[in-house]
Write a protein that binds this ligand. Structure first.
Ligand code: ADP
Ligand code: AMP
Length: 247
């Protein structure tokens, strides 16, 4: 038990996803949130909710989101800070889409230090460009509950309606080809410094090109080691057989 009365496994912690648009951050973070019983904060969802407001700030944000550029560090950091300070005592938080810049990573560190929290667990979903483009143009989401679908890899059994609540499935405005390319460009620019920043911490690289269920299983084995029997891939089996034969 720690001084705050938590065992090492139940200690509140922040889990964050790094990855390009379309790498599966939203899909995996909402799955993990229900699996681990942790709240999840998507800065994309948060900013889209702000952008529908008919205020000068809402209109400005709408233009930024439509262009595929990133919102300003200060706006995003302030919003995350107030949410973390409210949410964290209840057992941690999963962050989807934050931090996206070095400045945001530094800001997160200072928030966590202020809350006497450990450094975040970083889950980096790495996906090839070809797959990102395919996934993003085929992505759909439920207008009422936000559930994520894909017309190619995860279609709804109800066609254009959501399986959870019969809501209408929509395509995001920024999932048009031109905007996707600009979002991927923005990610490329900010990604390397972030990877550098987190490479010495609790960082995990994950091959996100695989089916969502396979990725989910790996995430759980990282976050709850010992509870999941990891199944080796064919090539891993081959390697360990070779190693055993050589020994
Ligand atoms: P992000 O939040 O990183 O932008 P999403 O979770 O919204 O990405 O996923 C983008 C699209 O790709 C969605 O339509 C989702 O259903 C689909 N998707 C997510 N993970 C996978 C996967 N491992 N394999 C195939 N499709 C996936
Ligand atoms: P997402 O839903 O994560 O794909 O984000 C959608 C859009 O919201 C991005 O293209 C950015 O314009 C904005 N956004 C989301 N998270 C951040 C962030 N941490 N910093 C700046 N902009 C963000």
């Amino acid at each position: 038990m720690t001084s705050r009365g938590h065992s090492a496994e139940s200690r509140p912690r922040v889990i964050l996803f790094l990855g390009a648009p379309g790498s599966g951050k939203g899909t995996q973070s909402s799955w993990l949130a229900s699996k681990l019983g942790m709240p999840c904060l998507s800065t994309g969802d948060m900013l889209r909710a702000e952008a529908v407001r008919k205020t000068p700030a809402g209109r400005k944000l709408r233009r930024i989101l439509a262009s595929g550029a990133l919102a300003g560090d200060e706006v995003v950091c302030d919003a995350v800070k107030s949410r973390l300070e409210r949410e964290l005592p209840n057992g941690g938080l999963i962050l989807d889409g934050f931090p996206r810049t070095l400045k945001q990573a530094e800001c997160l560190d200072s928030i966590l230090r202020g809350l006497r929290m450990p450094q975040p667990t970083v889950l980096h979903l790495d996906v090839s460009l070809e797959r990102l483009l395919k996934r993003l143009t085929a992505r759909r989401h439920c207008a009422s509950c936000g559930a994520i679908y894909n017309v190619l890899t995860r279609p709804s059994s109800l066609g254009t309606r959501c399986e959870n609540d019969d809501g209408t499935l929509l395509q995001r405005e920024d999932d048009s080809e031109g905007v996707i390319l600009r979002r991927l460009e923005a990610f490329d620019l900010s990604c390397a410094p972030l990877l550098d920043y987190y490479s010495h911490g609790d960082y995990h690289w994950i091959d996100g090109d695989r089916p969502a269920e396979v990725v989910s299983r790996e995430l759980l084995s990282i976050l709850k080691p010992g509870k999941i029997k990891s199944r080796k891939t064919k090539s891993e089996k081959g390697e360990s057989e070779k190693t055993q034969a050589a020994a």
